[in-house]
Structure formats: C-alpha cells, structure tokens
Design a protein around this ligand. Structure first.
Ligand SMILES: NC(=O)c1ccc[n+]([C@@H]2O[C@H](COP(=O)([O-])OP(=O)(O)OC[C@H]3O[C@@H](n4cnc5c(N)ncnc54)[C@H](OP(=O)(O)O)[C@@H]3O)[C@@H](O)[C@H]2O)c1
Length: 298
C-alpha cells in the first residue's frame, strides 16, 4: 500500500504544483486548508480534504490521522514558526514517518539577524532537526514566477524593465523545479541532514535579463532604474517588512551563488531563465510576428 501524504499550503502557488504531481503519480493525498471549497474546485474528488487551520490543534490532529508523510509549507507571517512547530509536534505524536519542509532561501537563513522570514524558518529547521524525525529541508532561491513577475509585466506592457537589486545577479529558480524536488523527496522518503539548496543554473542581473527579453521580443529593451519594483502588496504586516529585507540582501549579491542540487536530484538541468521568459513572453512575441506578417502582405 502506498504512503498517505498530507499536503499543507496545497491551495497556494507551490502547494498546487506539488499536489497536482502527487495526484498524477496516483498517491493518496489529504490537503489541509481553510478553504475546502477552493480545494474541491481545484481537485474534485482526487484528494481527501481536511478543512481546518494549522493554528487550531484540533484540526491539526484530525488532519494527521493515518498520515505517513507531510509536505510542510506556510506563508511568511508572524505565526510561521509557531504553526510549523505545532505541526511538527502533532506529526510526531501521530507517528508520521517523514516531513519535507519548504524553507526560506539559504541567504535569508544564513543572515537571519537581518531577515525576519529567515529567522522564522531557521527556528523551524532547528526544531525539526532536534525532534529527530526523518526529514528533508528544501531552501529554494528566489522563484522566477514571483521575483520576475514585475519584469514580465513591464515587458508585456512595452515598458522598460524595473531595475532591481542594484545590479546584483540572482540565480532564480523555476517553481516547477522546486515542486519536482519536493515530490521526489516526499515519495522517496529522502532523509538529508543538510538542507537542499536549490538554485537555477546561472545567475542573471537585470541587464542580462533585458538582453534576453530584447532577443525574444526583437526590440530594444531598456531598464528603468527609478521604477520601484511593483511587487504585489501584502495583507500581512510581517510580510510587508520581510520583503524589503530580501531586496537588501539580494542587492549584496547573496542570491547569486549556483548549486547543482536540482541536477543531482532530478538528473536534469534546472529550467533556464531564457526558457521561462520565452514562455511568459510568448503572447507578445506572437502578436509581434502576426503584425510583421500583416505588414509583409501589404
Ligand atoms: N517566493 C519565493 O521566492 C520564495 C523563496 C524561498 C522560499 N519561499 C517560501 O515559500 C513559502 C510560500 O509559498 P507559496 O508562495 O506557495 O505560498 P502561498 O501561495 O502564499 O500559499 C499559502 C498557503 O498556505 C495555506 N495557509 C495559510 N495559512 C494557513 C493556516 N492558518 N492554516 C492552513 N493553511 C494555511 C493557504 O491555504 P488556505 O488559504 O487554502 O487555507 C495556502 O495554500 C514561504 O514559506 C516562503 O518563505 C518563497
């Protein structure tokens, strides 16, 4: 009989990818969500839905009954550490065999005194390690789908790209690679004492990215150094303070190092920034090609 897996954060950006992959693999999945209707809309009867809140001990206990493995993810907030520690305790009580935790980027944890999100994840990592449960901690670098969203939006709108991070390079990672590694770690019961530090295959500055966008769209692309990065606002006060801390650390070049973890675990290269941008900018590119084709016929 296959393991039964509890997925937390399943209705969020990364959790959705992890859940879909596990469903495709035929795994037995339960998702813990405060929004059961959303989970039903996403997956119908393919998952068991535990409606509840991580902050509520009763819903935690119920969600962990007969569970073998847990995918642990919480959004950045004041309660991240308390929620995840409570979940680890409840999982140990329920005899869960293995936990895969999505942590913060390595440079936030190594600089936890300058990153409140890094400090919260660091506390959970230490706790998980101390409880002695089989586990894998995944520390992904900045996600392309989040960090490059303002760049893609500007390129699609025909604007100059927002100049960010003071020209520092970043080895962005595609969140599909993170999901693939997480699913592997869950299904294989991968126990590692060191965190899995995931990055893309190469680090890019905004100027490098402008060059790629220019090649893809076949037009000159500038950088607006005055433009504040239009990152989406946060309802959560903790996250509102955490995000500028990320920007300051990235501007020091701390998010530039490249690891080979994705390739080592998945046996393939990480998704490249070029491929990501080609996919994201496909609508603008085909609109341009259509317009050029129309001109040729005139
Ligand atoms: N973005 C990056 O570049 C980056 C880099 C490194 C690490 N990370 C880490 O990735 C994580 C964020 O992942 P994400 O962006 O995929 O998250 P997200 O899209 O914000 O989704 C958050 C999920 O958490 C669930 N949730 C929130 N509070 C809950 C509660 N009290 N009880 C039960 N479920 C709750 C939500 O479910 P419901 O609303 O359905 O309950 C939702 O599924 C953070 O820990 C962050 O540190 C991100």
């Amino acid at each position: 009989m296959s393991s039964r897996i509890l997925v937390t954060g399943a209705t969020g950006k990364l959790g959705k990818l992890v859940t879909s992959r596990l469903i495709k693999n035929g795994d037995r999945i339960r998702v813990l969500t405060r929004r059961p209707d959303e989970a039903r809309r996403l997956w119908g009867g393919s998952v068991e839905i535990a409606g509840g809140d991580v902050g509520n001990p009763q819903s935690l206990r119920a969600s962990l009954q007969s569970i073998d493995r847990v995918f642990l993810l919480s959004p950045i907030s004041e309660s991240l550490a308390a929620h995840q520690i409570a979940l680890i305790d409840a999982a140990a009580d329920a005899s869960v065999q293995h936990i895969v935790k999505i942590s913060g980027s390595s440079w936030t944890i190594e600089n936890a005194h300058r990153s409140r999100a890094g400090a919260a994840h660091s506390k959970v990592e230490a706790y998980l390690f101390g409880r002695g449960l089989s586990h894998a901690v995944i520390r992904p670098n900045a996600w392309m789908q989040v960090s490059l969203a303002p760049v893609v939006a500007a390129a699609l709108a025909g604007r100059d790209l927002p100049g960010r991070y003071g020209g520092a390079a970043v080895s962005f990672i595609d969140f599909n690679d993170i999901a693939d590694v997480a699913v592997h770690a869950l299904r294989a019961g991968l126990h590692v004492s060191e965190p899995l530090v995931l990055t893309g295959g190469k680090a890019f500055t905004t100027s490098d990215i402008a060059g790629l966008v220019s090649t893809i769209l076949r037009r000159p692309v500038g950088i607006d150094t005055q433009a504040a990065a239009s990152s989406p606002g946060h309802d959560d006060a903790f996250a509102t303070l955490a995000v500028p801390e990320f920007g300051a650390l990235i501007a020091e070049g701390l998010a530039a190092p490249v690891t080979d973890t994705v390739e080592r675990i998945l046996g393939r290269k990480p998704v490249s920034v070029k491929r990501f941008l080609e996919q994201q900018l496909a609508p603008a590119r085909s609109a341009r090609e259509t317009a050029e084709g129309d001109l040729q016929w005139q």
